[in-house]
Write a protein of this length. Structure first.
Length: 204
């Protein structure tokens, strides 16, 4: 793809780094922005994503402060914890309106093929939260993929010494599906009808 301007080429290359955006789509974005009279608001919002957002010290959810609104909400069930991959899964579950506990965002899934091990995820802080003795049940709400199952099983073994019930969302979510794409009714039923995690594995 030939460009008449180095600035356009750099802009296209930058947009093309976004997930699901190829060079042609990136070029459409760039040409659209060139035609706009005011791009200052977009530039400011992009800047704020890096300067104004933080990660909650407790659950690692994206927040505007070091403690997110969910963790600081006294109405939430402090004894119930839902473990998810990332912020999109928090949004998906919250949209069901059926879950009233807390969250723990791992920040990814174990994937040896991609060089992602347990040490790259927020698993040790999860173990620390369990040691506080407040959490009574942990719901493993990870994608029904190979990486999701591997991560769930690792956490299951990691939390075994703690006196806590471990459950997993019911398989209303088809194997291979990702939570963020599930409809709210199916995801809500999966949370409500969760099962003991041991039901999914036989540990020797």
């Amino acid at each position: 793809m030939q460009f008449s301007s180095k600035v356009i080429e750099q802009a296209v290359d930058t947009f093309a780094q976004l997930p699901g955006v190829g060079k042609k789509t990136a070029l459409r974005y760039v040409l659209h922005l060139i035609k706009q009279d005011d791009t200052e608001q977009l530039a400011q919002i992009i800047k704020q994503l890096k300067t104004d957002l933080k990660f909650c010290d407790k659950c690692h959810n994206i927040s505007e402060s070091t403690s997110c609104e969910i963790c600081t909400n006294p109405v939430r069930d402090q004894t119930l914890l839902c473990v998810v991959q990332d912020y999109r899964d928090v949004m998906a579950i919250e949209n069901t309106g059926l879950y009233k506990g807390l969250y723990h965002v791992l920040g990814g899934l174990i994937s040896p093929m991609e060089g992602v091990g347990p040490g790259h995820l927020n698993i040790e802080t999860l173990n620390t939260r369990m040691a506080e003795g407040v959490i009574k049940e942990v719901i493993l709400a990870l994608n029904a993929t190979m990486e999701g199952e591997t991560t769930s099983f690792y956490i299951y073994r990691k939390l075994a010494p703690h006196n806590v019930n471990l459950s997993a969302i019911a398989r209303g979510i088809a194997v291979g599906d990702e939570l963020e794409y599930a409809d709210e009714a199916t995801l809500g039923r999966s949370i409500t009808n969760r099962q003991p995690f041991s039901a999914f594995f036989t540990v020797k």
